[in-house]
Design a protein around this ligand. Structure first.
Ligand code: HEM
Length: 394
C-alpha cells in the first residue's frame, strides 16, 4: 500500500529552527517520518533509506540534481551517474588516496601556521574570514598548481559561485554575478590550456599526462572539475570549520581536551561532523516512479538525503543527540555509495591540521562579546558567515 501525502503534510524547510541549533530542526525532520515531503522535495531521514538512496544511482540520479548550482559546464564527477561517473572516479582516485593527502600535509600545515601566527598576537579575529576561508582555498591552489598570489581572486570568485548556488533555478543572476562567473570561467579555462600545453603543473597536468587512461579528460571536463572543486573542496571545509569553531568556542571542556591531547582531535572532528554536518541535505532526482517506505515518489521529483537527520538515527545509535567525541561511528557526512566524498582524506587532513595548529597556539578562546553565530537557512549546505573570537594575545 502506498501513502500519498497531501499539501497539508508539506513540511516548510524555512520553518525549521536551524539557525541557532540544528538538533531541534533534525528532530522535527525525523519525527515527520522516514520519508518527508517538503517544499524542497522528498527527504529521507533514516540511515537505512539514506544508504539506499546513495547506493541506487539508477533510481536516484545525480545528473540533474546539481543544476541549481548554475555551473556553465557539468560538474565533474558529482553531476554524473555510472557508468560515466565510474570513468571519472577511476581517473581521479589515485590523486586522492591517504598517501596523496599525507604528501600535502606539510604544505597545509605551513599555510595554516602562517595564518594562525598572523592572528595569535592580536587577541581577536573572525576565524571564518581569517582561517576557515583561506585555508581550503590555499590548498586548492596548491593541488591545482595555481599561483598562491591568486588566493584573493579565488576567494572573491568563491563568493560568486556560492551566490549562484543560492539562486533558485528560475531567478536571473545579477550582472555582477554573471560577470564574475565569466572571469572565473576564463581563469580556469586559461589554466586548463596552460596544463594542456605543459606550462603549468598540478592535478590537471598530471591527469592530462596520464597515458594509462583509456579516455583522457577533455578540456570541458577539466573546467567542470575545477568548478566542482571550488564548491566541494573549498566551501565544505570552510563551512565545517565555521560550525566547529562556533561549537568549540562555547565548550571550554572540549577545547581544553583538544589542546591538551591532540590525539583526541580526529575523533572529535568526526563527531562534530556527525552531529552538525555542513551538507545538511544531499540532492538527487528520482528517475522513475518509486515507493520508499510506503511513500509514492513520482519520476522527476527531487529526493534529498537529510544527512543531519540520518546521522542522528536512534535506530543506529544510542543517545544520538548527545555529543560524544569518544564515539566510533561511520557517519554519513561524507556521503555513501559511488559518490562518497573523493576528498575525504585531504579534508580530514585540513580539518585536523587547522585544529592542531590553532589549539597549539591559542588554547583559550571564546566568542567575542555579543557574538551569536547563526547559520544561514534554508540552504543545502550550511555554514556560519562570521565567528568572531577573543583570546589572550600572545
Ligand atoms: C568537511 C569537508 C567535506 C565534506 C563534509 C564533504 C562531503 C562530501 C559529500 C557528502 C559528498 C557526496 C555528494 C553526493 O553524494 O552527491 C562529496 C563529494 C565530493 N567531494 Fe567532498 N566533502 C568535503 C571536502 C572535500 C574536499 C576537501 C575535496 C577535495 C579536495 C572534496 C571533493 C569531493 C569531490 C570531488 C566529490 C564528488 C565525488 C563524486 O561525485 O564521486 N570534498 N563530498
Amino acid at each position: 500500500m502506498t501513502a500519498e501525502l497531501t499539501d497539508e503534510d508539506l513540511l516548510r524547510m524555512d520553518r525549521l529552527p536551524m539557525a541557532d541549533d540544528r538538533g531541534e530542526g533534525y528532530a522535527i525532520l525525523r519525527a515527520a517520518g522516514p520519508v518527508v515531503r517538503s517544499d524542497a522535495g522528498y527527504l529521507v531521514t533514516t540511515r537505512e533509506l539514506a544508504e539506499h538512496v546513495f547506493k541506487h544511482p539508477g533510481t536516484f540520479s545525480s545528473q540533474q540534481a546539481f543544476d541549481t548550482l548554475g555551473s556553465p559546464v557539468p560538474l565533474v564527477p558529482i553531476a554524473f551517474d555510472p557508468p560515466d561517473h565510474t570513468r571519472y572516479r577511476r581517473l581521479l582516485q589515485p590523486f586522492f588516496t591517504p598517501r596523496a593527502a599525507a604528501s600535502l600535509e606539510q604544505a597545509v600545515r605551513d599555510q595554516v601556521t602562517a595564518l594562525v601566527d598572523a592572528v595569535a598576537g592580536r587577541g581577536s579575529c573572525d576565524v571564518v574570514a581569517e582561517l576557515a576561508r583561506p585555508v581550503p582555498a590555499a590548498v586548492f591552489l596548491t593541488l591545482f598548481g595555481m599561483p598562491a598570489r591568486d588566493l584573493d581572486r579565488l576567494l572573491t570568485w568563491r563568493e560568486v559561485i556560492i551566490q549562484m548556488a543560492d539562486l533558485s533555478g528560475t531567478a536571473e543572476a545579477p550582472p555582477e554575478v554573471t560577470r564574475s562567473a565569466g572571469e572565473l570561467f576564463a581563469y580556469v579555462s586559461a589554466h586548463v590550456a596552460e596544463c594542456r600545453a605543459g606550462r603549468a603543473g598540478g592535478l590537471l597536468r598530471d591527469l592530462f599526462d596520464d597515458d594509462s587512461a583509456d579516455e583522457p579528460l577533455t578540456d570541458q571536463e577539466a573546467v567542470g572539475l575545477c568548478f566542482l572543486f571550488v564548491l566541494a573542496g573549498i566551501d565544505s571545509v570552510t563551512n565545517a570549520l565555521s560550525l566547529m569553531f562556533a561549537k568549540l568556542a562555547t565548550r571550554p571542556e572540549l577545547r581544553r581536551r583538544l589542546a591538551g591531547d591532540p590525539a583526541a582531535i580526529p575523533a572529535a572532528i568526526e563527531e562534530m561532523l556527525r552531529i552538525d554536518p555542513a551538507n545538511a541535505v544531499v540532492p538527487r532526482v528520482a528517475t522513475r516512479d518509486v515507493v520508499l517506505d510506503g511513500v509514492h515518489i513520482p519520476a522527476g521529483s527531487p529526493v534529498g538525503v537529510a544527512v543531519g537527520a540520518a546521522n542522528r538515527d536512534p535506530g543506529e545509535l544510542a543517545d544520538p543527540d548527545a555529543f560524544d567525541p569518544g564515539r566510533e561511528y561511520n557517519n554519513l557526512t561524507w556521503g555513501s555509495g559511488p559518490h562518497r566524498c573523493l576528498g575525504v582524506h585531504l579534508a580530514r587532513t585540513e580539518l585536523r591540521v587547522v585544529l592542531e595548529e590553532w589549539h597549539r597556539r591559542i588554547p583559550e578562546y571564546e566568542l567575542a562579546p555579543g557574538a551569536r553565530p547563526q547559520v544561514v537557512w534554508p540552504t543545502g549546505v550550511i555554514g556560519i558567515d562570521s565567528v568572531p573570537l577573543v583570546f589572550p594575545a600572545g
